[in-house]
Design a protein around this ligand. Sequence first.
Ligand code: SF4
Ligand code: SF4
Length: 315
Amino acid sequence: MDTRRLTKLVRLKADELGFDGCAFSKADSLDNEAIKLENWLNQGFHGEMKWMENYFDMRMDPRKLVEGAKSVISLFVSYHFEENEEIDQNENSPKIAKYARGRDYHKVLKKKLHQLIDFIQKESGAIHARAFVDSAPVMDKAWAVRSGIGWMGKNGNVLTRKYGSWILLGEIILDVEFEYDGLTTDHCGSCTRCLDACPTEAIIQPSVIDATKCISYLTIELEETIPKTFRNSMEGWVFGCDICQDVCPWNRKSSFGNTQDLKPKSVFTSQSFSFWNTMTKDQFTHTFKGTPLMRSGYEKMKSNVTLAQESIKKG
Ligand code: SF4
Ligand code: SF4
């Protein structure tokens, strides 16, 4: 089929499947990103996330991940919902990042990506294609920037004009050609709100995050208890952190998302510290099954909540 027509059909199908954005890039090596990633790893900013050192070559070239790859399709859904405003205002509850308040986005996005692959296959015959959501070594943000979905904000998140940075990315790498999109412009300008607001000074320079200082890493990735040096800077966060996104002007005026599965579960509107204090492991599993909180697990979450309460009492 004609490349232009196929590109148009895939965009329409992505829209029909509920994606909030879809853009195309040529599958190529990420040379500039490779230098940046190497420097970042050499400085140890990835901490215990040793898996980030693996498969460096594959990470930098999608043609090493999918045989004969010609294109990368970047897709996203927004997780910005009105319900989050009520949750954010509840000062008696431990803070959980907005992306984690609904169903696990990996499952939600993967399903849609596979539906899109099936569609492309029907339109263009047998293809090699793989879908990725935070899983195999794919530089999702770099591809989103290359395809013009958004620009790399100083807070290290991809920022879109319509949905801000409240977006979850997925990719399809495949051996089909499309009409490719180009870069968009950077609209951070002279703003430094995210750098100024970060309580642990984890944004060490625009778009460069020292993950070992970042509350997201400390509350999710770090297996051991959060080190003492950070405990008074956690500001009540127990799973992830939205501070550098909440202060971003692009997020204040962003449109709401359409993916119902990502809407906050009712438990997040009613949770409080007392709710957490009495929670057993079984209750935790029952309550948060299918949400990203299962990734941290019961023991880590309880430890984070205890530390958050202690720091609030001290404060
Ligand atoms: S997520 Fe929180 S701790 Fe991490 S860089 Fe942003 S404001 Fe700082
Ligand atoms: S807060 Fe300002 S500098 Fe930071 S990402 Fe948003 S627009 Fe860019």
